[in-house]
Design a protein. Sequence first.
Length: 183
Amino acid sequence: MALSEREKMAAGEWYRCLDDELEEMRKAARRAVHQHATMDPDARGAMAPMLRALFADVGADVTLEAPFHCAYGVNISLGDQVYLNADCVILDTAPVTIGSRSMLGPAVHIYCAEHDHDPERRAAGWEVAKPVTLGTDVWIGGGAILLPGVSIGDGAIVGAGSVVTRDVAAGQTVVGNPARARG
């Protein structure tokens, strides 16, 4: 029996994102994100119930500032005391794990999808999903972009505006485009 596009995505295989089931999942995420964005401003440190229910796992004392955007939500796991500042985007076509006490500055983007390099296949929606993992006590500076498949080790720092194209070791500080160890 052939796998659905969702099953291929979850298995890390090439799949077509232009799919009815995946579109319904994206719609559910948009509704949850909208609920979060329209919450009472005094409850801003909280998370909208629809969004919390959508995520794979949410630890204690998580703060998710609005606005926030995610592709599906179902692949996002947040440890305890995680903080995501305003305008964060997580395109979670694969698992995104953010360890406890990690902080993301404003406008941090995490991308899991890698699109096909062939223009015809790309136009047909072919992509592959690669997980992104942040350890505990990680700090990601504002405007940083984490590309598909990267892992950020415990206690690492990614400087503001950096583009992370490869793994960052525990305790390491990286800056720039592409992000490199600070000297």
